[in-house]
Design a protein around this ligand. Structure first.
Ligand SMILES: Nc1ncnc2c1ncn2[C@@H]1O[C@H](COP(=O)(O)OP(=O)(O)O)[C@@H](O)[C@H]1O
Ligand SMILES: [Mg+2]
Length: 343
């Protein structure tokens, strides 16, 4: 039902784009195979501050000529910085239906395209993924946290991401062409639990738009937007903390700030007769949400700097065979030798 509403009111172009068959009530026929469409994402998604990166993302989706193709950019940055929010806001600015596909390490190619589902009367029903639904309706698809997905799944998208703009569903035995209005973007977290995406795919995901942490004013506006009920002093403490952590190149994000504040406020409201002081609640939330080490940002930053390799002494070949204090270690500086010379 939701899908039909979107098609009629917001994306009439999506219905008549070409020979994909008729758009039924949440179904599309492609080469005689009936596909059940996914539901669009409809929550509001406002982007606050950092206008430039929003404009860069929107520019990727412009086509200036019939022969021109839109780009599929990758949005990179630390977790919680606002990558998904940016993609949602851009899709909404385009007034197109938005579909979000959450990529995971065990996403299979058919999950990304078409999945067969056994229906009640024993026949097979084919479900179009959010990606395929966006392709058929001329919507926007955000492949969220794309670098969690393995190469096999990425390979199935190679033809979609270049001039060919189609995918092949082995399961349904059909080739699905993207509507002219179809647009996409991929978000990628900079953390360890991800796959290395092969170069032939990376070269199709261009340009790279790096989402950075917001400045003080924007960070305040973001927290206020998400937590309009938070007291000014709580917001100020959190913004101060986040800005300090950005200066120290630590990865605490607006998401961390939002979670921390939510917990602190809930704790303060919990017992109306003996309300917890805002300072105490905030400190407790800091420790419980972000860990003990977040209490002392300076030391945390110093530890990070060291583990990133700044101070580590390179190992020699002998270090592989001997502990540094082993008397057999050829490079060992032996205090006893000095003593021998002196006495
Ligand atoms: N510029 C922004 N405007 C509005 N909300 C933001 C902004 N940046 C971050 N947020 C909020 O911070 C949280 C984390 O953002 P999200 O997009 O999920 O991060 P990421 O995808 O980078 O991990 C979300 O609640 C999001 O709404
Ligand atoms: Mg995200």
């Amino acid at each position: 039902m939701q899908v039909s509403k979107l098609n009629e009111n917001e994306n009439p172009a999506g219905i008549s784009h070409d020979s994909h068959g008729d758009l039924g009530d949440g179904y599309v026929d492609v080469d005689g195979v009936r596909l059940k469409l996914s539901h669009p994402y409809e929550a509001p998604g406002q982007w606050i501050g950092q206008r430039e990166i929003l404009m860069q993302l929107l520019a990727c989706w412009i086509t200036i000529d019939d022969s021109d193709l839109p780009l599929t950019p990758r949005l990179t940055g630390p977790p919680g910085v606002g990558k998904t929010q940016l993609a949602i806001a851009a899709a909404q600015a385009q007034k197109r239906p938005l579909f979000i596909y959450q990529c995971t390490a065990d996403t299979r190619p058919e999950d990304l395209l078409v999945t067969p589902v056994l229906s009640q009367n024993g026949t097979i029903a084919y479900h179009a993924s959010p990606l395929v639904t966006a392709m058929l309706l001329g919507g926007v698809c955000v492949l969220d946290e794309g670098n969690r997905m393995n190469e096999k799944s990425w390979a199935s998208l190679a033809p979609l991401l270049d001039g060919r703009r189609y995918v092949e569903s082995i399961v349904a035995g059909i080739t699905i062409h993207a509507a002219k209005e179809f647009r996409s973007a991929v978000t990628m977290n900079q953390d360890e639990s991800t796959f290395e995406i092969p170069d032939y795919i990376m070269s199709r995901l261009q340009p790279t738009l790096a989402v950075g942490f917001p400045n003080k004013q924007d960070e305040m506006a973001i927290l206020q937007y998400h937590l309009p009920f938070a007291k000014a002093e709580m917001l100020a403490m959190t913004v101060e903390f986040l800005q300090h952590s950005h200066e120290l190149k630590l990865d605490f994000s607006p998401r961390d700030g939002i979670n921390l504040l939510r917990f602190a406020i809930k704790r303060m409201m919990q017992d109306k007769n003996h309300p917890v002081a805002s300072d105490t609640a905030w400190q407790e939330a800091l420790e419980k949400c972000l860990g003990k080490e977040a209490i002392d940002l300076e030391s945390l930053a110093e530890r990070h700097r060291r583990t990133l390799g700044g101070d580590s002494v390179p190992l020699g070949l002998a270090d592989l065979f001997f502990d540094s204090d082993d008397p057999m270690h050829p490079d060992r500086e032996d205090d006893d030798d000095d003593e021998d010379i002196l006495f």
